[in-house]
Design a protein. Structure first.
Length: 56
């Protein structure tokens, strides 16, 4: 199960920098997780200052 990023995302990029498999990229107004690449490690969750990253 891949993580998801909610609309609370402020596009700071902290989650993308923390992702060991580069599954997170900048989308339209917020960052997005590629579910085919995400290994569900949770490294991104702790880095998000707004709590926008959640396990699906």
């Amino acid at each position: 199960m891949a993580h998801k990023i909610s609309d609370e995302c402020i596009s700071c990029g902290a989650c993308a920098a923390a992702c060991p498999v580069n599954a997170i990229s900048e989308g339209d107004g917020k960052y997005v997780v590629d579910p085919d690449v995400c290994i569900d490690c949770g490294a991104c969750e702790g880095e998000c200052p707004t709590g926008a990253v959640k396990a699906d």
